[in-house]
Every structure is written in structure tokens, then in C-alpha cells.
Design a protein around this ligand. Structure first.
Ligand code: NAD
Ligand code: MG
Length: 385
């Protein structure tokens, strides 16, 4: 057998991170060489002990200090620069970026800059810095392999097609817990209702993004950057069963669909094995038991976040970065009970109206737009509460 691939997992205590560890524990082809979390140092140290990992990083300096007091079997790095140092020092062949939000951009840039292949769950990296991130990957020859059920589906579907044969692509959305409800019923929904996703168990931020359909807007941008497909050729359709994840339409009118159980380990394993399908202990679908696959158009009046994301995507420049930052602040405020559900879109629309889209000249212009949008969104949250 060839040498195992050296894997660094960023965000290893989260929903994607823990499932990635599960995938690794079943594969002899993968060796974990580094782990990171934001502040949950106890869980991180426990993972390091269990898997014999010698390098960990905590974004929170305080948590990093606590970890280094109790864990002396390896190196503990701290802060945002610690995360980047972990990427650069770990000697990894592959980095899984499973952080949440634009905090993932720095490590994405660090990995690609070093020419290290990237399994990318942190879609916000592509939303915020798509052009620069793609150019960097091209310059260093590092691959970006998606970890997102829809994009894994498209990646696999496109692998069998000659360039130019694909006319359109479609990503599916479950519709979230509020599918079918009119706008008038959405203002009073609670955090618990919004967190009760019908088909997927995920981290808090993406679960709220799924309830507002912002997640699908971010995914349209993710698909655009991953596959170089123009926005007008990327469709979204509601598919409540979450069993078809992506479709491509060919020039001859045929459509190819990718089906599978809603289990992220399939997407994670595919990416960690370099875009290859490897055996997993997952029950395949019983189509007769499934019975029906249904589809609906998106109600953009009830779920304006998808419209806002499409508008920001079309505007380009710093607009997607601004949209993303305002969304992060608004979702955080909603989760803390400081904002109502429909006000999430209201905050984002207000911030997009206040900040003109600027050309993206460097990563610095993105960090600046991110800072400005966060400040304006925080003010908007206070004004509404
Ligand atoms: P999560 O909240 O469960 O986990 C996030 C991880 O990142 C944790 O380990 C946390 O400690 C760390 N983290 C959070 N903020 C950080 C920061 N500022 N700096 C450093 N580390 C930080 O999130 P998740 O659901 O696993 O999602 C991770 C990413 O994967 C997101 O971009 C999400 O959109 C994407 N994704 C998730 C799923 C899913 O099923 N969970 C599916 C598709 C895509
Ligand atoms: Mg997805």
C-alpha cells in the first residue's frame, strides 16, 4: 500500500469536522496531522490524543493557552495567525477547511498559496474571494475539491462529460423548515423552529442559512467559482426529500441527476480521497420505499435572501463579500434572539444598499469590505432591536 495522505482538518470539532474524523478512522489512506477549533479546547485535545496528532490550533488565544497547559504531547498554536501557521507547518498533502464564515478565507489562501490541495467545506471562502482564490489555485496548481452535497454531485456528474456538453446545472434545496409558508407567517418564527432542519443535521449557522435560503445563494456562487459556470446557467429548485443533490443538463436535452442519502460523509469521503468514490458503511436508498421525488419553484417573496445573493453575485466585486459579512452578523443576532427571522434579509439588503461594490484588487480590499459590512450590519441590528 502507498503512504497515507497527510490530512489537516480545520474546524475538527464541528459538524463537518467530526464526520471527517469518522471517515478518516475507517480509511487507511488518511493520516491526520493537524486539527483546529475556535475555542473548544477540551474536545480538540481529546481528538489529538485519540488520533496521535502532534499539532493543534485554537483561534481563541485564551483557549490555546488552556490547551497548552494540559496537553504537552505536541505543539499548540493560537489566534488567526496560528491557524495559518498550522497550515504552513503541518506538511499536509491535503487540508480540509471546515470553518464557518469568512474566517475560513485566511486558511484557504494559506493552503492554496503553499500549493496544498484543499477539500473545501467553507463555501464562504469562495463566496467572498472567489476570483482571487481560483487564480491562486491556478497559479500554484493546488486543487479545490468541494465538500458540499450539491457540489460533490456536480463534480461527479461533470467528471464524465466532455467540456462544452453541459448546458445548465441545477442545485437542489430542501426548502428548510419553513418551506411552503407565506411571508406573512415568517416574522414570528422562533430560533428553535429555524434550527429544526427537516433533512440534514448541521452546524447552527448553515442551518439558519438553509431556513432563509441564503445557503442556496451562497451555493450558487460556490458553483460558479468551482466550475466556471455563468450565473444565468445555474438553477435552484426546491426538492423537499433532499435525495437528488445536483443535476446537469446536456446539450441534447438529457439531464443527469446525482442521488444519495442525506449523509455528508459521502461528500467528505469523496473529497478526502481526491475526488474518488471509496466504500462507506452507508445504507443506499431504497427507491421503492422513497416512493416520490418532488420539486417546487422557490418562493422569492418569502425567502428574499436567494434574490439578494443573486443580485450581489451579478454585481460582483466586493458585493458578495459584503452580503456574506452582513449575513454572518444578522444570523448571529438571530441565533441570540436579537433579530427576527425576516429582519435577517432586511439587515443584509440595507448594508448592500449602503456599500457600493468596489473592484477586488487584493485580499486586503476584501478584508476591508468585510470589516465595513460587519460594522454597518451590527448598527442595523441595534436599530431594529
Ligand atoms: P460547525 O459550526 O458545526 O463547526 C465549525 C468548526 O469551525 C468548529 O470546529 C469551530 O470550532 C470552528 N470555528 C468556528 N468559527 C471559527 C473561527 N472564527 N475561527 C476558527 N475556527 C472556527 O459548522 P459546520 O456545520 O461543520 O460547517 C462548516 C462549514 O461547512 C461551513 O462553511 C458550512 O457552510 C459548510 N457545510 C456544512 C455542512 C454540514 O452538513 N454541516 C454541509 C455543507 C457545507
Ligand atoms: Mg449544500
Amino acid at each position: 500500500m502507498s503512504k497515507p495522505k497527510r490530512l489537516l482538518i480545520l474546524g475538527s470539532t464541528g459538524s463537518i469536522g467530526t464526520q471527517a474524523i469518522d471517515v478518516c478512522s475507517r480509511s487507511e489512506e488518511l493520516e491526520i496531522v493537524g486539527l483546529s477549533a475556535e475555542r473548544s479546547w477540551e474536545a480538540l485535545v481529546e481528538q489529538a490524543r485519540l488520533y496521535g496528532v502532534k499539532r493543534i490550533a485554537l483561534a481563541d488565544q485564551h483557549a490555546a493557552a488552556r490547551a497548552s497547559e494540559v496537553w504537552t504531547d505536541g505543539r499548540v498554536l493560537g489566534g488567526a495567525e496560528g491557524l495559518v501557521a498550522l497550515v504552513v507547518e503541518s506538511g499536509a498533502d491535503l487540508v480540509l477547511n471546515a470553518l464557518v464564515g469568512s474566517a475560513g478565507l485566511g486558511p484557504t489562501v494559506a493552503a492554496l498559496g503553499e500549493g496544498i490541495d484543499l477539500a473545501l467545506a467553507n463555501k464562504e471562502s469562495l463566496v467572498v474571494g472567489g476570483e482571487l482564490v481560483s487564480a491562486l489555485a491556478q497559479a500554484t496548481g493546488a486543487r479545490i475539491i468541494p465538500v458540499d452535497s450539491e457540489h460533490t454531485a456536480l463534480h461527479q456528474l461533470l467528471a464524465g462529460q466532455p467540456l462544452g456538453a453541459v448546458k445548465r446545472m441545477t442545485i437542489t434545496a430542501s426548502g428548510g423548515p419553513f418551506r411552503g409558508r407565506p411571508r406573512s407567517e415568517l416574522q414570528q418564527v422562533t430560533v428553535d423552529e429555524a434550527l429544526a432542519h427537516p433533512t440534514w443535521a448541521m452546524g447552527g449557522k448553515i442551518t439558519i442559512d438553509s431556513a432563509t435560503l441564503m445557503n442556496k445563494g451562497l451555493e450558487v456562487m460556490e458553483a460558479h467559482h468551482l466550475f466556471g459556470t455563468p450565473y444565468e446557467r445555474i438553477d435552484v429548485v426546491i426538492h423537499p426529500q433532499s435525495l437528488i443533490h445536483g443535476l446537469v443538463q446536456l446539450d441534447d436535452g438529457a439531464m443527469l441527476a446525482h442521488l444519495g442519502p442525506p449523509d455528508m460523509r459521502i461528500a467528505i469521503s469523496y473529497a478526502l480521497h481526491g475526488g474518488e468514490s471509496v466504500a462507506l458503511p452507508i445504507e443506499p436508498l431504497d427507491l421503492a420505499a422513497v416512493g416520490q421525488l418532488t420539486f417546487e419553484a422557490v418562493d422569492l417573496e418569502a425567502f428574499p435572501c436567494l434574490r439578494l445573493a443573486r443580485e450581489a453575485a451579478r454585481a460582483g466585486g466586493t458585493a458578495p463579500c459584503v452580503l456574506n459579512a452582513a449575513n454572518e452578523i444578522a444570523v448571529h443576532a438571530f441565533l441570540e434572539g436579537r433579530l427576527r427571522f425576516l429582519e435577517i434579509a432586511e439587515v443584509i439588503e440595507g448594508v448592500l444598499g449602503e456599500l457600493d461594490s468596489e473592484p477586488v484588487l487584493s485580499f486586503e480590499s476584501l478584508y476591508e469590505a468585510d470589516r465595513q459590512a460587519r460594522a454597518l450590519a451590527a448598527d442595523a441590528v441595534i436599530a431594529l432591536s
